[in-house]
Design a binder for this molecule. Structure first.
Ligand code: 13P
Ligand code: SF4
Length: 299
C-alpha cells in the first residue's frame, strides 16, 4: 500500500477528516477532504458534525481556531513547529498597551493571531472579509492587527482610520513580492491579470487587477476570461489554481515565495499524526470562550 492509501484507510477507520490550507504541498492538497482559505477551513471544521478527529494541515493559529470552534473534537496539527511568524508578532501585553491609549476604540484582529490575543479583541476577520467586518462596526477608528499591509488595504477600502497594532506586523513570505518583478513579467505577458494577496505591500497592491484571499483568487480565476495570471501569494496556491483551470496559465510573481512553516507538513508527518493522534491542539477554556466570541461575531 502507498502512504496515500494508508492515510485514506486510517482516515476511514478513525472517522477523521483532513482539512488543508491552500498553501499545503500538492500531495497533501490532493488527499485532503477540503482545501481552502482560513475562513473556509474554519467553517468546514464547524460543519463536520459526524467527525471525531480533524487533521488540520496548516499552521498553528488555524488549528487553534478549529479547536476553539470545535471543543468536542480532537484537532491535530501534523507538525507542532508549523507556526505563523506573523501570529507571534502581537502579544496580549501589546494589545493592552494600545487599549490604554484608545480605551473606546474597537480591536479587530486578523485570524493570524494566537488564541490568547483573540481573547482580547472585539471581533476577528480574515483577508476575505476584513473590509466587511470593519465596515460593520459603528466606529470611525479601529485598532487592527497584526498585519500592517492588510490594515492599510482596509483603510483604503473603508475610509476609516485604522491604527495598526503592532506598528509593523508583516508576513515574511508576502513581503518577498516586489512590483518591479511584476512589471518585468507584464512585459513578457502583457495580457496577464495580476492577482495579489492583501498581505503584500501597498506598492504591490497598486499593481493588482484583483486583491483577495487565496480562495477568492481561485474564484476570480475560474470566473475570469483571461488566459494568463500573475499570482502574488504563497506558491502552494498555484497547484489548486492549475488543477481547477486547465488551459489557463499561472505564473508566480516571485518564484521563491514559499512559507516554510506551511511546508513543514509532509505526507509522512500527516500519516504519523493520524496514526498516533498527535499533536492535539487545545486551548484553555477561559481563553477559548473569549476567543470563540470574537470568531463567532465574525461569522
Ligand atoms: P487566506 O485566508 O487568504 O488563505 O490567508 C491565510 C494566510 O496565512 C495568508 O498568508
Ligand atoms: Fe503566516 Fe505568511 Fe505563512 Fe500565511 S504565508 S502562514 S501569514 S507566514
Amino acid at each position: 500500500m502507498t502512504l496515500t492509501d494508508e492515510i485514506i484507510k486510517l482516515k476511514k477507520e478513525k472517522r477523521a477528516v483532513i482539512l488543508a490550507h491552500n498553501y499545503q504541498r500538492p500531495e497533501i492538497q490532493d488527499i485532503a477532504d477540503y482545501v481552502g482559505d482560513s475562513i473556509g477551513l474554519s467553517k468546514k471544521a464547524m460543519e463536520e458534525k459526524e467527525t471525531e478527529i480533524i487533521v488540520f494541515s496548516a499552521v498553528d493559529f488555524m488549528a487553534e481556531s478549529a479547536a476553539i470552534l470545535n471543543p468536542d473534537k480532537k484537532v491535530l496539527l501534523p507538525t507542532l513547529g508549523a507556526r505563523c511568524p506573523m501570529a507571534q508578532m502581537l502579544t496580549v501585553d501589546e494589545i493592552k498597551r494600545w487599549k490604554v491609549h484608545y480605551p473606546l476604540v474597537p480591536v479587530v484582529l486578523y485570524v493570524n493571531t494566537l488564541a490568547s490575543a483573540k481573547a482580547y479583541c472585539d471581533i476577528c476577520c480574515t483577508s476575505a472579509n476584513a473590509v466587511e467586518v470593519v465596515e460593520s462596526l459603528n466606529a470611525e477608528t479601529v485598532l487592527f492587527g497584526p498585519d500592517r499591509n492588510l490594515a492599510e488595504y482596509v483603510q483604503r477600502k473603508t475610509g476609516k482610520t485604522i491604527i495598526p497594532i503592532p506598528e509593523r506586523g508583516f508576513c515574511p513570505t508576502h513581503l518577498l513580492f516586489q512590483p518591479e518583478d511584476v512589471q518585468m513579467l507584464k512585459m513578457k505577458h502583457p495580457d496577464a491579470v495580476v492577482m495579489v494577496h492583501p498581505e503584500c505591500t501597498l506598492e504591490m497592491q497598486n499593481v493588482a487587477d484583483f486583491i483577495g484571499s487565496t480562495s477568492q483568487m481561485c474564484r476570480y480565476a475560474r470566473e475570469s476570461n483571461a488566459k494568463t495570471f500573475i499570482v502574488a501569494t504563497e506558491e502552494g496556491l498555484l497547484h489548486r489554481l492549475r488543477k481547477e483551470n486547465l488551459g489557463k496559465q499561472f505564473i508566480l510573481a516571485y518564484e521563491d515565495a514559499v512559507c516554510p512553516n506551511m511546508k513543514l507538513n509532509t505526507l509522512e508527518r500527516l500519516y504519523t499524526a493520524l496514526k498516533e493522534e498527535k499533536h492535539v491542539i487545545t486551548v484553555p477554556e477561559p481563553v477559548a470562550k473569549r476567543a470563540r466570541k470574537a470568531l463567532e461575531r465574525m461569522f
